[in-house]
Write a protein that binds this ligand. Structure first.
Ligand code: F6P
Length: 411
C-alpha cells in the first residue's frame, strides 16, 4: 500500500467538547486529531459542543492546521447545550443533529466531555446508531472510568479524567501559597473548591496543606456541624492557623431554616438541570468567626484550577487515551470511551495500560468511602496514595521558626 492510500482516506471525524472546560481539552483535541490524520481521516472541529450541530452548523477544518495542545481550555469552545428534549427545553434537536452530520459528511463523532456530554453521545449512539467515541474530561473527576487503584493489596474503583490532574495541581499550589498569609494572620482559611457533587478535587488541597475538609458525599447535618466546630477549635488551638478545604457542593445545616441547604451562585439552571454552586465557604467562615471567636476568612478558588496550561501528567494521559481512540477507530468499535485501567505515575501512562469502557456504563462516581474519614473530616492515607501517583507527595511549607520568647524577668 502506498502512503497516499491511507486506509480512512475520504472519511471524516468530527470532534466536539461540551460542559465546563479543563486545561486538558486542547491537548485531547490535538492528540486525537494527529492520530486520526495518520489514518487518513479528515478532521473537523464542531464548535460550542452540541450547539455546533444545530441550525446551519458551526464546523471548522482542523486537518493540517497548527494546534497548541499545551494551552488550556478548548479552542473549539464549549457549551452546555443538551441535544435531547428536557422539561425546560422540550425541542427535539436530534433531527437537526443527524441532518448536519450527514450534510457535513461526518462519519464518526468524538465527544470530549463529562457525564452530560458523553451521556448524550451514548443516547445518540444507542437510539440513532450514530458512530460515536467518547473521550473523558472533567476537573470534577466524577465520570466513571473504572480505573483501579491498588492500595494495601485491595482494588479500589477510582477515577482518572483528563483535566483533573492539572486542576488538582493548581488547587494544591494555591493552598500552598495561601499558607503564608494564613500563618501570618493566625487565621482559619476556608478554601472553596469546585467539583459539583463530588469531593475528588477538594482532596488535592491536602497536598498543599489543607488539614480538614468537607465534601458533598457527607452532609453536614446539625450534629455533624457541632462535631465539626469542636474539631476546628481543637485543631486551631494546636498551632493557631488552619486551612479547611470545602467543596462548593457541600450540604450545610442552616440554623435559621432548620434544614440542610446548598449554596448557589445564581438561580439559573443549565440545560442539564444543574444550578451553579458558589458561596458556601463564606457562610462557613463567618459561622466559625461568630461561634468560635476565631478569625476566619473564606477564599473561593473558583475558575483558577480550571484555567491555564495543561500539566505534563495530562499531556501524557491524553496521549495514551488518544492512542486507544486510534485503536477504536481502526476496529470501528463505537459506543466506547478510552480509560486508564489503573492509576499510574506519569511514566506509565502508555497505551498498553489503557482499555475502553462501554458508554452504556457511563455515570457519576462519587468519592469512594475509603478515601475520606467522615468522623475526623480528613482525607485518608488511601486517598493520598491515589493522588500521589499524579502529584507526587504532599509538600507543605511553613515558617518553621522556633524563636525563643524573651522573658523580661530573666534579663
Ligand atoms: O463541571 C465542571 C465545573 O467546573 C464544576 O466543578 C462547576 O460546578 C461547574 O463546572 C461550573 O460551571 P460554569 O462554568 O458553568 O460556571
Amino acid at each position: 500500500m502506498q502512503l497516499r492510500d491511507k486506509i480512512y482516506k475520504g472519511k471524516t471525524i468530527g470532534i466536539l467538547s461540551g460542559g465546563g472546560d479543563t486545561p486538558a481539552i486542547n491537548s485531547s483535541i490535538e492528540k486525537i486529531r494527529n492520530r486520526a490524520l495518520i489514518l487518513g481521516f479528515k478532521v473537523y472541529g464542531i464548535r460550542q459542543g452540541w450547539k455546533g450541530l444545530l441550525g446551519e452548523g458551526d464546523i471548522v477544518d482542523l486537518s493540517n492546521q497548527p494546534y497548541n495542545g499545551v494551552y488550556g481550555g478548548t479552542a473549539l469552545f464549549s457549551s452546555r447545550t443538551n441535544p435531547f428534549p428536557t422539561t425546560g427545553n422540550p425541542e427535539n434537536r436530534i433531527p437537526q443533529i443527524i441532518a448536519n452530520l450527514k450534510r457535513y459528511k461526518i462519519d464518526v463523532l468524538i465527544t470530549i466531555g463529562g457525564d452530560d456530554t458523553n451521556g448524550s453521545a451514548k443516547r445518540l449512539y444507542e437510539q440513532e446508531g450514530v458512530p460515536v467515541i467518547g473521550f473523558p474530561k472533567t476537573i470534577d473527576n466524577d465520570l466513571k472510568t473504572k480505573t483501579l487503584h491498588t492500595y494495601k493489596g485491595k482494588d479500589i474503583e477510582a477515577v482518572l479524567c483528563p483535566g483533573f490532574p492539572s486542576a488538582a495541581f493548581r488547587v494544591s499550589e494555591m493552598t500552598r501559597h495561601l499558607r503564608s498569609t494564613n500563618e501570618s494572620h493566625r487565621r482559619v482559611m476556608v478554601l472553596e473548591v469546585m467539583g459539583r457533587d463530588a469531593g475528588w478535587l477538594t482532596g488535592s488541597a491536602v497536598f498543599g496543606g489543607a488539614e480538614l475538609a468537607l465534601i458533598p458525599e457527607y452532609e453536614m447535618t446539625k450534629e455533624r456541624k457541632e462535631h465539626f466546630f469542636e474539631t476546628v477549635k481543637q485543631r486551631y488551638h494546636e498551632k493557631k492557623n488552619l486551612i479547611i478545604a470545602v467543596s462548593e457542593g457541600v450540604r450545610w445545616w442552616d440554623d435559621a431554616s432548620g434544614q440542610l441547604s446548598m449554596v448557589y451562585a445564581s438561580s439559573e439552571t443549565d440545560e442539564y438541570g444543574h444550578k451553579r454552586f458558589g458561596g458556601v465557604s463564606g457562610i462557613i467562615a463567618s459561622e466559625i468567626s461568630n461561634r468560635l471567636n476565631i478569625p476566619a476568612r473564606s477564599q473561593v478558588s473558583g475558575y483558577y484550577p480550571r484555567s491555564g496550561f495543561c500539566c505534563e501528567y495530562d499531556r501524557q494521559l491524553t496521549s495514551a487515551l488518544a492512542d486507544r481512540v486510534l485503536d477504536l477507530l481502526i476496529r470501528q468499535d463505537y459506543g466506547k470511551m478510552p480509560v486508564m485501567n489503573k492509576i499510574f505515575p506519569v511514566e506509565q501512562l502508555e497505551e498498553y495500560n489503557t482499555t475502553s469502557v462501554d458508554m452504556g456504563s457511563i455515570g457519576n462516581q462519587p468519592l469512594q468511602k475509603i478515601y475520606f474519614d467522615e468522623k475526623s473530616f480528613v482525607f485518608t492515607d488511601a486517598y493520598i496514595d491515589f493522588l500521589a501517583n499524579i502529584l507526587g507527595l504532599p509538600y507543605v511549607p511553613s515558617f518553621g521558626y522556633a524563636f525563643k520568647k524573651v522573658n523580661p524577668d530573666e534579663l
